[in-house]
Design a protein around this ligand. Sequence first.
Ligand code: UD1
Ligand code: MG
Length: 453
Amino acid sequence: MSSAVVILAAGLGSRMMSEMPKVLHRVAGEPMLAHVLATAASLEPEVTVVITGHGAAQVEAAAQAVAPEARFARQAEQLGTGHAVLQALPDLEGLEGDVFVLYGDTPFIRPETLEAMRTEREAGAGLVVLGFEAAEPAGYGRLVLDEGSLAAIVEERDADEATRALTLCNSGVMCVEAGLLRSLLPRVGNDNAKGEYYLTDLVALARGAGARAGVVTCAEAETMGVNSRLDLAAAEAAFQAGRRREMMEAGVTLTAPETVFFARDTMIGADTVIGQNVVFGPGVTIENGAEIRPFCHLEGCHVSSGAQVGPYARLRPGAELGPDVRIGNFVEIKESQIDAGAKVNHLAYVGDATVGEAANLGAGTITCNYDGVMKHRTRIGARAFIGSNGVLVAPVGVGDDAFVAAGSVITSNVAPGALALGRARQENKPGLALRLRERLKAMKAGKSGKGQG
Ligand code: UD1
Ligand code: MG
């Protein structure tokens, strides 16, 4: 059955004390909204509609960057969650199946949980709400049950004492049959303590229309929302703690787990060892049996089996390391393929390059890939040897088995098997050092003699 997802992202989130819309604040290096869009994508929806309001243009740009298929509807005034979803109805016209409502500031809902809601819907509920047992229910809408089904959601401010005593709360996530949503949503009114159009009123309306409302529950941690910088830090900590556990359970060694930071999509194979203080940005994949030594920063890169990286290395987007590659301390690799067994062990910058199998780039090797206007590529062949402090001015190529002398500035191609020297020739003057030193000493003695006289 097809489905649609509506993501509520119109709020500013005033408690963030920020100029930036709340859903753009980052967890694990990505806007919260990107996490929610990824969750939405797991449902393979026909349509995804993001409801924007505060900072709409900014929010739309950020969403488009990660989910180009997303559509947008603007909610000029935030008149309530029901009013927010109402803005999506034109995009849901003619749709059959499920409509999921997610919040842009609630990034940890698991795809499995949404699947459970879908299953409950398919079992005959017209509408399914995601509930949780709250440790501190204050502020949440309470789920009022009736023989296992949901009778109503009552907001805190509208609840009597008995209802406030309930601990089963509304996460805000809902799954509604599309036709039911279209027919009931326009009937939601704003006659309540807040004067808002509550999405939660759909429950009572659905019951009135003869539809069953169901509840699926999840752990409270999954429903964690972000309203302040403190919440944001707590969300980051929760995310990282979960990822560290999952990684270790999947066979990755973390020497000091609490110092390693993952992105949402970090993938690491079993028997890889990650040292302390390693940070993963988005888009990193590491095969089995690699080693990332302490203090490395990786982003948008791939590391093959048996490779060793660091300590203190930086792999930037487009770095592709083949099997058994060695990347050592203070080395930066960007947009480059490094083939099997090649070594870049010390103090180097390799950008926009291909490095052949078993090549050796000495300490201080630099690819000059940028002329201030354009980027150019460097090609280094298999088994080539670049001496220390070699500067390769791109576009340029060094052939297989070639040798570049230390300290060379290479501006034209080096043929396979050739030796290239690109530096001033050394001159030796026998005895000159001794004579020079004598002269300097004599000068110094002459000066101090003057001072005494
Ligand atoms: C809502 C639920 C409550 C639930 C709680 C879970 C309603 C009426 N109440 O309450 O039952 O326990 O969430 O956190 O739905 N938003 C818009 N446009 C609006 C209003 C809200 O986009 O006009 C967005 C907000 O930015 C936020 C989300 O919807 O991301 C929830 O809105 P919020 O005002 O926080 O609702 P609560 O009062 O917390
Ligand atoms: Mg809220």
